[in-house]
Design a protein around this ligand. Structure first.
Ligand SMILES: Nc1nc2c(c(=O)[nH]1)N[C@H]1C(S)=C(S)[C@@H](COP(=O)(O)OP(=O)(O)OC[C@H]3O[C@@H](n4cnc5c(=O)[nH]c(N)nc54)[C@H](O)[C@@H]3O)O[C@H]1N2
Ligand SMILES: Nc1nc2c(c(=O)[nH]1)N[C@H]1C(S)=C(S)[C@@H](COP(=O)(O)OP(=O)(O)OC[C@H]3O[C@@H](n4cnc5c(=O)[nH]c(N)nc54)[C@H](O)[C@@H]3O)O[C@H]1N2
Ligand SMILES: [Mo]
Length: 683
């Protein structure tokens, strides 16, 4: 008999949809929407539907595997854990525990991830870890430095906006549920402006589409700020009450005019004028910056600069008016933040820790000494496709003595492992998740027993810790004993802080305790001055950047002459979450192979026609894939979606450099130029 359970999608995605999962005889057989969630009433996307295939896929890793002489063979859990424990002890004795690197990324959200950190910290005694984050930290830090916190109005408040600006965000692919209130607002008369070097699906109803050269948005924003101030299209009262540094900022931007911005951004002057007019005259404005735009070496300053436009026009803290970067209000359990957010390498609690940069993973792994790295443990991540400069990451992996990867599928990273441990999926262990867009806390429910010999990480660590000589009593101080009752008890204990229980969450999503539907409606800004900081001393002290928002050309992109004439961007796309999903049959029907998008103006002189095989290359690497000739990408730029595995045809991070962003230790994936040439015509 088919039973239905309420759950939520734990992928690293804005939407974090509530779902109803149908289960028959310990098997996931269907996924349905859960209208109770006001942000995602229509349920999952295509990827959500594909969970039926994903959960039951014959490609899933169901048993521990050991690589010998280049091929993987099934081994028992005892064999796998004995070898790993022996190696852990040997490396610790001979080289110190920091010779082991614990790498975890964003594959699965949840409170229980914290137990992995506890194992490495308290049981093993402190492995090397990574700091920074591949995703969004430059923008988070820019926002925190300016407003004091990362929060925005509830998603459905977008309907109240008179002007919506999608600035480097493509919700039609990366946050499809945002298109619902966005379209409702347009139906009611709101104006939509899209600023993106590409003409994305999100721009179909745009009243204005601006296509700047990649990484130049700060110049655009500075010129707009300058004209807003000159024309007095600003909110004086808001500025006088809540803003620090306006005078300095106004004096600073007075030097920037349309011509200057047009020369840098490639945007015609009339378009910049139009943009300034909209921002100065159509209210209330919700400005939605995306995360793609901050993956440049100037990403933090770019985001700070764009945010000034919301600030000086008083578009903060009101219905329909907000800065809509990331809403961390549902992360009410502190430890959930850790894997997602930037946190500094030095921890204040006196524990000796060593961490290396996730943006420079390969390089740092190779050069770290005293002790050198001997072993890596990877979980919830696919660093061989997702971290920059794959060639270096690959070298670094191959230089190690021993590699363990906990995975659901044979990814590029799993293929490099010595031991692969089968990972749970979202239906095989309960956990609590927040979202950086929708304002609910949700239960991701265990609805089936794990497939094959799959064990959740919490149990793997428990068994490993016992082999390291700990008795169960000591262990239970740090780790979670195997068994659903322990998971439930733990989750209930966390919920109790808010007078909630697991049973409450089983009935549906719950709005985050303390939620401000309209963020900053109390006009309290937790910055050092208590005001919105257009001028921020901390920008200087923490990141050694200009306290005023400035435009600084991004590294590599404007070196001339260069043999690599085209800007390469590698954004996200609708049918995958980074490197996940495209191994499924249903998804392959929609996106069968990797492609490079190129403008006809750039394709013609290279004799490239739609469908031809081309080579995209620079001094770091080269990939071969099919060309899609399209006006959707600005001339001078090419686009390849990130996430394709090497074994799926083309892996974009062979071309990117391991570089940190100016703030937050993010990764500047898009500071990247390439050349493209024809390999084989399809005709
Ligand atoms: N379907 C799907 N949804 C996802 C994800 C996914 O992989 N698939 N990933 C999730 C995650 S982890 C993230 S971080 C988010 C990211 O989702 P978004 O915030 O939408 O970010 P991106 O897709 O990286 O980039 C958005 C847009 O920025 C544009 N862009 C690139 N450079 C510039 C620039 O210099 N200036 C301007 N103005 N625009 C620029 C790109 O062309 C792209 O259209 O999506 C989340 N949602
Ligand atoms: N060139 C380029 N590269 C990029 C980006 C870009 O814009 N351009 N975007 C970056 C961004 S925004 C992000 S967020 C990162 C994402 O990069 P990662 O955080 O590495 O995420 P995924 O590619 O989603 O891979 C997650 C892996 O976790 C596995 N997994 C899922 N659930 C579990 C589980 O419960 N346990 C274990 N052990 N494994 C599990 C999945 O099968 C998958 O292989 O990529 C970054 N890489
Ligand atoms: Mo991300």
């Amino acid at each position: 008999m088919v039973k239905e359970f309420i759950t939520a999608c734990p992928r690293n995605c804005y939407s974090t949809c509530s779902l109803v999962v149908q289960v028959d005889n310990n098997k996931v057989v269907g996924i349905k929407p859960l209208p109770l969630n006001q942000a995602t009433p229509f349920g999952g996307c295509l990827k959500g539907q594909s969970y039926v295939e994903r959960a039951n896929s014959s490609d899933r890793i169901l048993y521990p595997l050991r690589k010998t002489k280049g091929s993987f063979k099934r081994i028992s859990w005892n064999e796998a854990l004995d070898e790993i424990a022996n190696r852990l002890v040997t490396y610790r004795n001979r080289f110190g525990q920091q010779s082991v690197l614990f790498y975890a990324a964003s594959g699965m959200a949840g409170l229980l991830n914290d137990f992995s950190v506890k194992f490495w910290r308290h049981i093993y005694g402190g492995a090397t870890t990574v700091y920074g984050n591949l995703c969004w930290p430059a923008g988070l830090e820019a926002t925190r430095l300016t407003l004091g916190a990362n929060k925005h109005n509830v998603p459905w408040d977008l309907e109240n906006a008179g002007l919506i600006i999608l600035w480097g965000k493509n919700p039609a692919e990366s946050n499809i549920h945002e298109m619902v209130p966005l379209n409702a607002a347009i139906d009611k008369g709101a104006k939509l402006v899209v600023i993106d070097p590409r003409r994305t699906a999100s721009s179909q109803r745009a009243h204005l589409l601006i296509q700047p050269l990649p990484s130049t948005d700060a110049a655009l924003a500075l010129a707009v700020a300058s004209i807003l101030i000159k024309n007095q299209w600003i909110d004086k009262q808001f500025i006088d009450s809540y803003v620090l540094g306006f005078e300095k900022f106004a004096a600073h931007v007075a030097q920037y005019d349309f011509q200057w911005a047009s020369d840098i951004t490639g945007v015609p002057i009339e378009m910049i004028e139009k943009l300034a007019w909209y921002i100065g005259n159509v209210k209330p404005m919700t400005l939605i910056p995306g995360y793609g735009m901050q993956r440049y070496t100037n990403g933090g300053q770019t985001v700070r600069t764009i945010l000034t436009l919301s600030v000086i026009t008083g578009n903060i803290g009101k219905p329909g008016a907000c800065w809509h970067y990331a809403n961390l209000q549902s992360y009410v359990f502190d430890d959930v933040l850790e894997p997602l957010c930037y946190y500094p390498p030095e921890m204040p609690d006196g524990v000796i820790r060593r961490s290396i940069s996730t943006a420079r993973l390969g390089e740092d792994m190779l050069t770290t000494s005293n002790p050198e790295l001997k072993m890596i443990w990877v979980e919830r991540g696919n660093p061989l496709t997702q971290n920059p400069n794959t060639d270096t990451v690959l070298q670094a992996f191959r230089k190690l003595d021993f590699r363990v990867v906990v995975e659901q599928f044979m990814t590029d990273t799993a293929l490099e492992a010595d031991v692969v441990l089968p990972a749970k999926n979202m239906f095989e262990q309960s956990d609590i998740i927040g979202s950086y867009w929708n304002p609910y806390i949700q239960l991701k429910q265990k609805v089936v027993e794990p497939a094959g010999e799959v064990k959740p990480e919490t149990e793997i660590y428990w068994l490993l810790a016992k082999r390291l000589g700990f008795d169960e009593q000591t262990l239970s101080l740090f780790l979670l004993p195997p068994g659903d009752e322990h998971v439930d008890k733990y989750l209930d204990s966390r919920l109790a802080i808010f007078n909630l229980t697991l049973n409450d969450l089983k009935k549906g999503p719950i709005l985050a305790p303390g939620l401000e539907e309209i963020a900053f409606s109390d006009f309290k800004f937790p910055t050092p001055s208590g005001k919105i900081e257009l001028y921020s001393e901390q920008v200087k002290t923490l990141w050694n950047e200009d306290p005023l928002p400035v435009y600084k050309p991004a590294e590599e992109l404007f070196q001339n002459p260069t043999p690599f004439p085209l800007f390469l961007m590698s954004p996200n796309t609708k049918n995958r979450i980074h490197s996940q999903f495209n191994n499924l049959k249903i998804i392959k029907l929609f996106s069968p192979k990797p492609e490079v998008h190129i403008n006809p103006v750039d394709a013609a002189p290279r004799n490239i026609s739609d469908g031809d095989m081309v080579e995209v290359f620079n001094n770091r690497g080269s990939i071969k894939l099919a060309a899609k000739v399209t006006y959707e990408v600005r001339r001078g730029c090419v686009v390849v979606h990130n996430g394709w595995w090497l074994t799926q045809g083309a892996q974009i991070n062979f071309l990117s450099e391991g570089r940190e962003t100016d703030m937050g230790h993010g990764s500047a994936f898009h500071n990247n130029r390439v050349a493209v040439k024809l390999v084989e015509s399809s005709k």
